[in-house]
Design a protein around this ligand. Structure first.
Ligand SMILES: [Zn+2]
Ligand SMILES: [Zn+2]
Length: 324
């Protein structure tokens, strides 16, 4: 047995042993797998980070990205703080994580142009949504998102977001969470069909749960084996404008819950998946950092450097401007 195969086999055992796929042995094996593959120096783009994430300061955020060995990151702002239905009466302001708005993201990207680009964001159902998004897209925002509001994903208000994205030829990044954010995931194919020139990133629990054909909508972090052919699997296969944002606990869980399925899924959708972290820790490594763990799981399950390069960088470059 080759060393790499050995590492991947032992990895599967470790993950099922420690349900969450965490633990020091897991990290050490990932590290060894990365070194064996010469992966240490590869170029990594992270398409999902935030300014003031749960209050994290900018220098800590920048250090976190550096420790994860990410070269370029996309900053996703929140919308304006408002008390209304779309923000769950204010509870979901700041993307429910104290995240700052577009101006703060633009400031960091302007200060560190080699390391960051930024998206524009706004609550979809305001009088000012259109003018606010257009203002930032004209100033250099590279996309719209993270759209994380209490509204139907195929509503008239969300269609306004997609219309703006179409006009400016930028992608939209969407947080899908059952009965909470961007409701009606099962109808999203209508949007993919209506907006063939707009690229969409799917993100979060309902996006990742639906890799499984047997997904139970209320189970946000399922641990069972995956039956291929879920809605997400089909959207990625059937629509050239649908992409996957691999970030957060939900993205990590989607791989670790069934490593055998994950390896096939990563290869099947190697032109559609983008590495991302969306983690709020200050470490940038180890057990608290889901972004570092996700990077290492991808390295382990995708031994081919040319396929990894797509997931770590070139897919993002194809869809998001300004990433070099
Ligand atoms: Zn996020
Ligand atoms: Zn992290």
């Amino acid at each position: 047995m080759k060393r790499r195969q050995f590492l991947r086999t032992t990895a599967a055992t470790t993950v099922s042993a420690s349900a969450a796929g965490a633990g020091a042995a897991f990290a050490a094996e990932n590290d060894a797998a990365a070194k064996a593959d010469g992966a240490g120096e590869e170029f990594i783009i992270d398409i999902h980070q935030h300014v003031n994430y749960h209050g994290r300061q900018n220098d800590a955020m920048i250090a976190h990205q550096r420790t994860m060995r990410v070269s370029k990151s996309v900053l996703l702002p929140a919308g304006t703080e408002m008390t209304r239905s779309t923000t769950h009466n204010g509870k979901s302001n700041g993307l429910a994580a104290r995240v700052f708005g577009t101006e703060a993201a633009a400031r960091v990207a302007t200060q560190y142009p080699d390391q960051f680009v930024y998206f524009a964001n706004e609550i979809p159902d305001l009088e000012t949504t259109k003018t606010e998004l257009e203002k930032w897209l004209k100033r250099g925002a590279r996309g719209i998102g993270e759209q994380k509001f209490n509204i139907d994903c195929d509503s008239r208000e969300m269609r306004l977001i997609y219309d703006i994205a179409k006009e400016f030829q930028v992608p939209v990044l969407i947080h899908f969470q059952h009965n909470t954010y961007n409701l009606g995931f099962e109808r999203f194919h209508k949007i993919l069909e209506a907006y063939p020139t707009v690229n969409f990133f799917g993100h979060a629990q309902t996006w990742w749960g639906n890799i499984d054909a047997k997904h139970v909508p209320t189970d946000l972090y399922p641990k069972s084996k995956v039956t291929p052919g879920g809605l997400t699997d089909r959207y990625l296969s059937d629509y050239p404008n649908m992409f996957g944002d691999m970030s957060a606990g939900s993205g990590l869980n989607a791989l670790t819950r069934d490593l055998e399925h994950a390896a096939a899924f990563l290869h099947r959708h190697q032109d559609k998946l983008c590495y991302a972290s969306d983690c709020a820790d200050v470490e940038g490594q180890g057990d608290k950092c889901s972004g570092a763990k996700q990077r290492d799981v991808i390295r382990r399950l995708v031994p081919e450097p040319e396929v990894r390069a797509k997931i770590f960088a070139s897919n993002a470059r194809r869809v998001i401007g300004g990433l070099g």
